[in-house]
Design a protein around this ligand. Sequence first.
Ligand code: NAD
Ligand code: FES
Length: 268
Amino acid sequence: MYEIISKRLIAPAVWRHTIKAPEIARKRQAGNFVIVRPITGSERIPLTIVSSDTQAETIDIIFQVVGATTMDLAEAKSIQDIVGPLGHPTHIENYGRVVVVGGGVGIAPLLPIAQALKQAGSRLTAILGARSKDFLILEDDLAPISDELLIATDDGSQGQKGLVTNALKPLLDKKAVDFVLAIGPVVMMKAVSELTRSYGVKTMVSLNPLMIDGTGMCGVCRCKIDGQTKFACVDGPEFDGHQVDFDNLTRRLSMYHAEEKKRKEIRS
Ligand code: NAD
Ligand code: FES
């Protein structure tokens, strides 16, 4: 059992939990994730480690309540199982002028990578997108490490009105970008990758397919990258956005949403 030290509601239905997990706190690097099973018999869900504190021996995770398992996690006092750190740590170097693009809950996995890129000497522009200002997370964590911070909300309640791609395009037009990292909904990562492709700017994305074991055994997390099958848990989760088959990822994720809908209907 892993004790939940604190929990905070940071946006509607979005929680930040601090969990006692000494081994994971010691070993994790930017880009690593954990697989969490809140209670016996529940599903296993992959969540990026947002931060860790080696002194307090804790890790932080951020998640949105979207179904039964994340509801269990929101209500839990302790967590049954946590496996990790998993996945390749992000390759970090000074890429020059970097733009990190985070959409909605995808801003959570973006934060530790943005911190590491800044530490490596990159000039950092952060573009954060959310449906409205209430759904914007981690602005206070990204602002101090960003040379420039741009906010885009769908309804214009904070920053500029529109999608993150509207904020990114003028930077690309100015030829002010050497590298882009985008994490968020699949449609967002696809749109960012399509945009940067036309400017020839290298773009990495972090994929969030379904996962079970997280160790390359079950094949559930398979994705198509440059026409080849890759497992996000052991080959990723980050991949070159210009090589990802996003439509395939969307189809595979929709299988889960259909199942989740069925389960909700049975419960109600
Ligand atoms: P959301 O739907 O509110 O979108 C967030 C922002 O993404 C929007 O404000 C917009 O700026 C941008 N965006 C959305 N559609 C776009 C498009 N077509 N073109 C350009 N930009 C677009 O986000 P949410 O509800 O917080 O996100 C939930 C989704 O994010 C879930 O599907 C979840 O699985 C995914 N997610 C992904 C990761 C990851 O690692 N990739 C991590 C956490 C969550
Ligand atoms: Fe099973 Fe990746 S989650 S192979």
